[in-house]
Design a protein around this ligand. Structure first.
Ligand SMILES: [Zn+2]
Length: 152
């Protein structure tokens, strides 16, 4: 299994980052460059199949975030613009078609190579390169406000 990549956040900027082996589940990790020691309780935060359940730092809920924005919307706009341009005679059908094929291929490539990550509602820590349990959904404002209230 690949090592999970963890990116810590402090005041919304990246601070330390480190990798951790979810098979080993070390109780302590020293992060560089700050040299801080971090302690983990894996029992509560990782499920039986080695997938994260909660944030390993603050036990808050996580949400799934895509590494790339989806460009399907752009494809639709382009198709629309292409359609108009075609009607006005600015574009030949072939230019239009090839442009659409390129964008569509890009969109599919993004889908294939996208590595969604988990982000903590509480502390903003990002967990990359790790299997994501299917029940995680995208960022939810209600959930985020609930968690903010319970922390402060
Ligand atoms: Zn957290």
């Amino acid at each position: 299994m690949l090592d999970m990549l963890v990116e810590l956040r402090q005041e919304d900027t990246k601070s330390d980052r480190f990798t951790v082996d979810l098979d080993e589940r070390p109780a302590k990790i020293v992060v560089n460059p700050s040299g801080n020691e971090l302690f983990f309780d894996w029992d509560a935060t990782v499920d039986d199949s080695g997938r994260l359940r909660q944030c390993i730092f603050c036990n808050s809920d996580l949400f799934r975030e895509r590494a790339f924005p989806q460009i399907t919307g752009i494809v639709i706009v382009l198709a629309f613009a292409g359609g108009i341009a075609g009607v006005v005679g600015l574009l030949t059908t072939w230019t239009m078609l090839s442009a659409m094929v390129v964008v569509l291929a890009l969109d599919i490539a993004i889908l294939l190579f996208d590595r969604p990550r988990l982000v903590c509602y509480g502390c903003g820590t990002r967990f990359k390169n790790t299997p994501i349990a299917p029940h995680f959904s995208g960022w939810d404002q209600q959930r985020a406000e609930q968690i903010k209230r319970s922390i402060s």
